[in-house]
Design a protein around this ligand. Structure first.
Ligand SMILES: Cc1ncccc1N[C@@H](C)c1ccc2c(c1)OCCO2
Length: 117
């Protein structure tokens, strides 16, 4: 992830990046991840483009991670929570995607807390 020649990152933040990569892999492997793996196709989901101002998905987060775009952990958590907030905004709680979103959020919150201690 972080090329050895670039000494721009302190070891601490390299550990943080590894934590994000691990956690993201767990999110993508989760059985309820299917609605969040790739960007929502704005042409095929009526209303999504208008209602959701900042679309986000796990693949986009992975790309940002690989391109070192998360300078601090907050921005990583902000993007992950954006996936779940968008889901709650657009989908009924009592819907396939809505329920998947709630389960994924609970899983993420639990793992994030565990990885921090
Ligand atoms: C996270 C989310 N929120 C609102 C709408 C869609 C989605 N996900 C897309 C990938 C998606 C998920 C499921 C689908 C689909 C697209 O289009 C065809 C029918 O099933």
């Amino acid at each position: 992830l972080v090329s050895c020649t670039k000494r721009t990152k302190t070891p601490k933040s390299e550990l943080a990046v590894c934590r994000y990569v691990l956690l993201l892999a767990e999110l993508e492997a989760h059985q309820d991840a299917w609605p969040f793996l790739r960007p929502v196709k704005l042409k095929s989901v009526p209303g999504y483009k208008k209602i959701i101002k900042k679309p986000m998905d796990f693949f986009t987060i992975k790309e940002k991670l690989i391109n070192n775009m998360y300078l601090n952990q907050e921005n990583f958590v902000i993007d992950v929570n954006l996936v779940f907030d968008n889901c709650q905004k657009f989908n009924e709680d009592d819907s396939e995607i809505g329920r998947a979103g709630h389960r994924m959020k609970r899983f993420f919150d639990k793992r994030w807390t565990e990885l921090l201690h």
